[in-house]
Ligand binder design. Structure first.
Ligand SMILES: [Zn+2]
Length: 319
């Protein structure tokens, strides 16, 4: 697996790694052997079928009436927390990647839970992992901070207005966007109004259409709409048809939506993403959806290669 990292073919453009709460000094490594390692492996075995079925049923939620969906969104924000105890560290990720045949992954920070410094150190130690930084909203000099992370190897910027509780027109984001644009790095935006107040301060600030002024003002910047706007992917497709600087990742979307995205936008702006480790096993679930598209004839082999890795590699090498 290590040798293929020179020329990766499958890239997961959306993962998170949690610090090891038991041994923080291990920077995400947990001993695989030993009683604790065996216990976690057993727990994962039991948890995976359950979590995978939750992942599949999640895509049905969007068809429910708004009030029912909002209640289930709150619940689905709680469910993955149990899974994080058994699958969330760097060792777990590398194991999951090896199992699923994923060559490299973009690791996204989520301060204060997953700090930028933790993600930077982790990726520095593992060449298969690429850091994505997320600058906390009260950072005094956000532009300087972002420049420093990029100088030290950060590849992309993530902006998460729903978690920050800041509206897209906030001057804080303007500073970050101008810097990202000057540096030529792509920007991942969390999109999709998911009514989980446990996870997000203001879920409404994730509606993809709110970012339209950004797409126009920073027309040279490549934006990635994470989760294809979740419950309302058609809005993400409308925006991407109009703005050619928009990309999107496949996390949380079923095969038919991935197929529809390619039909409307072509395969060049669609990136495989899993949002690992939320609702564990989703690395395999996410990959299976793209393979389902190939098997059913919705995607051809060339298009699936672009989505599985080539588009992501190109996005990073263009910097
Ligand atoms: Zn995520």
């Amino acid at each position: 697996m290590e040798s293929s990292s020179q020329n990766p073919k499958i890239v997961d453009s959306h993962v998170h790694v949690f610090p090891n709460l038991i041994r923080p000094d291990l920077i995400g490594k947990l001993p695989i052997a030993g009683p604790l390692g065996r216990l976690r492996a057993k727990a994962r075995e039991l948890w995976t079928p359950l979590s995978s079925s939750m992942h599949y049923s999640q895509t049905v939620l969007r068809h429910l009436p708004e009030s029912a969906r909002q209640k289930l969104d709150e619940l689905s924000g709680v469910a993955p927390i149990l899974g994080l105890f058994i699958e969330s560290t760097a060792s777990d990720l590398v194991q999951a990647m090896d199992r699923a045949g994923v060559d490299s992954a973009w690791v996204i920070a989520h301060p204060p839970l997953i700090s930028n410094e933790f993600v930077m150190t982790l990726c520095e130690r593992n060449p298969r992992l690429h850091p994505v930084v997320n600058i906390p909203k009260n950072t005094p000099r956000p532009a300087t901070q972002l420049k420093s992370f990029v100088k030290h190897g950060a590849k992309l910027l993530k902006i998460h207005p729903a978690a920050d509780g800041l509206p897209p027109e906030s001057p804080f984001y303007k500073k970050l966007l101008k810097t990202a644009s000057d540096l030529g790095i792509p920007v991942i935006i969390h999109t999709g109004c998911i009514h989980s107040h446990l996870l997000y301060k203001t879920p409404e600030f994730a509606c993809a259409e709110l970012f339209t002024p950004w797409f126009k003002e920073y027309a040279q910047t490549r934006f990635i709409l994470a989760h294809m706007n979740f419950h309302q992917p058609h809005i993400a497709f409308d925006l991407a048809e109009e703005h050619l600087n928009l990309y999107m990742d496949t996390s949380w979307q079923p095969a038919e939506v991935i197929g529809e995205s390619v039909r409307r936008l072509g395969a060049e702006r669609i990136l495989f993403g899993s949002d690992w480790p939320f609702i564990g096993g989703n690395l395999d679930v996410g990959l299976a959806r793209i393979r389902d598209c190939v098997n059913s004839g919705t995607l051809n082999a060339e298009q699936s290669k672009l989505i599985l890795g080539e588009n992501a590699i190109k996005l990073l090498t263009k910097i």
